[in-house]
Write a protein that binds this ligand. Sequence first.
Ligand SMILES: NC(=O)c1ccc[n+]([C@@H]2O[C@H](COP(=O)([O-])OP(=O)(O)OC[C@H]3O[C@@H](n4cnc5c(N)ncnc54)[C@H](OP(=O)(O)O)[C@@H]3O)[C@@H](O)[C@H]2O)c1
Length: 262
Amino acid sequence: MLNLDLSGKRALVCGGSKGIGRACAVELADLGAEVTVLARDAAALEAVRGSLSARFGQRHAIAVADASDANSVGAAIRGVLERGPVHILLNNTGGPPGGAILDAAPAAFAEAFRNHVLFGQTMVQAFTPGMKDAGYGRIVNIVSTSVRQPIPGLGVSNTIRGAVASWAKTLSMELARFGITVNSILPGFTDTERLASLTAARARGANKTEAEVADEMRATIPMGRFGEPSEIAAAAAFLASPAASYITGVSLIVDGGRTGTI
Ligand SMILES: NC(=O)c1ccc[n+]([C@@H]2O[C@H](COP(=O)([O-])OP(=O)(O)OC[C@H]3O[C@@H](n4cnc5c(N)ncnc54)[C@H](OP(=O)(O)O)[C@@H]3O)[C@@H](O)[C@H]2O)c1
């Protein structure tokens, strides 16, 4: 039988206060995991924590940190580890601002590298020892379909997603023998605050209404609609579960069929 039981597992969900991260926290808690949600806004994190299912007696927690600030990340890691080992790490944070690649300041690439690659690396180094001891580890990275097909107007983001995908694949090969899997989800257009702000920016740039731009974007998706955060979370939760024990090093597209690669 498909084993999606996460009771007795501890999960750390980064970027867990909103959007895709929050949906992942909800799904992992529903499957029985004890969840810590991490982001910058403590009040938003508390609201998410309070909304999570605790039907297995889980005691969910929050961790306040800014991915770009090594001190706050270090303090959050210490707080999480004081409560015990983490078995499921969801690497996720806000995406880089949009814009043409030629216009991007070199510093914007460094900032994105810090928030996406260095933050992920710090998390992995902190939590893999506990995963090795437990003989169970699931690292799931929220990336983007731009790993396969760069998205116009997201120059910095496209660049950094390729780096994350390469980092994750390399890591998967090193960690496989410990029972730790490393996989990435490549979401398509997903109905979150991030998508709303990108749509608004595109509308301003093209002198169109946001509704017009959203319609144009939906027209590129065979399913004809944006994804729900819960649909991304369902894939992430599967990869975090015992059922996905032989899947590692994969980048899984969840985009309603939009990406034109095989
Ligand atoms: N939505 C889409 O269509 C889509 C498609 C492909 C890829 N993605 C990518 O998927 C990821 C999540 O997207 P989303 O749509 O869920 O975004 P979102 O709705 O903007 O949520 C981002 C989450 O990350 C947290 N966060 C942002 N900056 C942070 C920082 N410096 N340190 C710690 N936490 C931070 C936010 O909370 P705080 O603000 O409280 O810190 C929030 O919880 C992003 O990388 C995005 O680019 C999204």
